[in-house]
Design a protein around this ligand. Structure first.
Ligand code: NAD
Ligand code: WQD
Length: 376
């Protein structure tokens, strides 16, 4: 059984679907601070198998001890964490407590239980402002530009140290570049609970009229069109990388670091243009000064993951944007309004049949704004 912390969050949910579909038993631990219990039902529909779910906190040591006693856990995928860069600047202690202390707590509980296989959701943010492009795993780690980035680097260091101290550990540090997109069913996706900070969630809300316009944070970077360049990766490709990494960790001990990116960068303007083409929507824009702490460009050398894991991203930018737009059209308020699981009193098999039918129905185009402009 695989324990997925943060398994009902944006990335964790996609990982759970892939793990279950691959025949693994999955236990999710999530305190729901940035997610919804409804996601468990949607994971079940999509995977055709139900994960076990515990609402709880990775900082709760007695709870973790009970979990490792009660469930036959072989490996842990650690996605639980806080991820809003701006919030981390305002509330650094909360970020260090969850992302660093929470990770230490989890590692201690794993060590006590004799579970030594751990895959961690790290971030390209640990590279800071890297001069070399593309970025490979041997790049000297820069100074992250915010407490969130520092917390990820600190957690990486903790996990690297324990793996080097005891040969029983197999630790994978997955440095995600910019995950976007959604499950192609439109049932799982990113559901910000406050005004989004990241480019794509914000752009999607502009497209549905929830935000007035998209600010382009600087058009004077030393990039081809002056706007920031990033390596966007489809969340389904990202999830697939976890299965490959877990497989590798079963066979190799020590600490291993892999970039998960496509190796291709797109500028903000390229993203907007591609989205307008794919969705048929018009995105009002305004140019503002650079955002504090932003870097000009960042894209991965994903060669190490290709060589060691036989993994590479296969979905292109159009697929990322099309899937994200489908998710947004079908869930304009995220998981807040559940049109799939309103009746909890019916028997589970009846619910499952209804959910599958609902999921099928949701594949059909449907938008609150303009059906003709919706992707199919
Ligand atoms: P998310 O907020 O959607 O998911 C995180 C999940 O962790 C949520 O369901 C939340 O409720 C849960 N959680 C938070 N604190 C917890 C705690 N103390 N105990 C138990 N559960 C807790 O975020 P995401 O985008 O899915 O990110 C998942 C991981 O990937 C995070 O660790 C994040 O730092 C990392 N990451 C994300 C991105 C990105 O752009 N989304 C990029 C690089 C790395
Ligand atoms: C992408 C580009 C912006 C919003 C952040 C975290 C990083 C990682 C991923 C977790 C940049 C521009 C954005 C907008 C814009 N998360 N932009 N207008 O900054 O690469 O990375 O998320 O680990 O740690 O720092 O992603 O999506 O915020 O920005 O012009 O409204 O879009 O300036 O060039 P970023 P992003």
């Amino acid at each position: 059984m695989i324990l997925v912390t943060g398994g009902v969050g944006y990335i964790g949910a996609h990982i759970c679907v892939e793990l279950l579909s691959d025949g693994n038993d999955v236990l999710i631990l999530d305190n729901l601070c940035n997610s919804s219990r409804i996601t468990v039902e949607r994971i079940t529909v999509l995977a055709g198998a139900r994960p076990s779910f515990i609402e709880g906190d990775v900082r709760n040591r007695p709870l973790l001890e009970r979990i490792f006693t009660d469930y036959p856990i072989d490996a842990v995928v650690h996605c639980a964490g806080l991820k809003a860069v701006g919030e981390s600047v305002r509330e650094p202690l909360r970020y260090f407590e969850t992302n660093v202390s929470g990770s230490v707590n989890l590692c201690q509980a794993m060590a006590d239980a004799g579970v030594h296989t751990l895959l961690f959701s790290s971030s390209a943010t640990v590279y800071g402002e890297c001069v070399q492009m593309p970025i490979d795993e041997s790049c000297v780690l820069g100074q992250p530009t915010n407490p969130y980035g520092h917390s990820k680097l600190m957690a990486e260091n903790v996990m690297g140290s324990i793996a080097r101290s005891d040969p029983r550990w197999s630790v994978g540090l997955l440095r995600y570049f910019n995950p976007i997109g959604a499950h192609p069913s439109g049932l799982l996706g990113e559901a910000p609970t406050t005004a989004p900070n990241n480019l794509l969630p914000y752009l999607l809300q502009v497209a549905t009229g929830q935000q007035k316009e998209l600010s382009i944070f600087g058009d004077d970077y030393p990039t081809p069109d002056g706007t920031g360049v990033r390596d966007y990766i489809h969340v389904m490709d990202l999830a697939g990388g976890h299965l490959k990494a877990l497989d590798y960790l079963q066979r190799n001990s020590g600490v291993h670091t892999w970039n998960l990116g496509t190796g291709r960068g797109y500028s903000v303007l390229e993203m907007v243009n591609a989205f307008e083409r794919v969705s048929g929507m018009n995105i009002p824009l305004k140019t503002t000064p650079r955002r504090n702490g932003d870097i000009a460009q960042c894209w991965a050398d994903p060669g190490k993951a290709a060589r060691e894991l036989s993994w590479c991203a296969t979905r292109n930018l159009d697929e990322m944007l099309r899937d994200a737009w489908r998710w947004q059209c079908q869930n304009p308020h995220g998981y807040e309004v559940d049109n799939l699981y309103p009746n909890t009193s019916e028997p589970e098999d009846v619910t499952m049949i209804r959910l599958v039918r609902s999921a099928d129905a949701l594949f059909r185009p449907n938008t609150t704004r303009d059906a003709n402009k919706t992707i199919t």
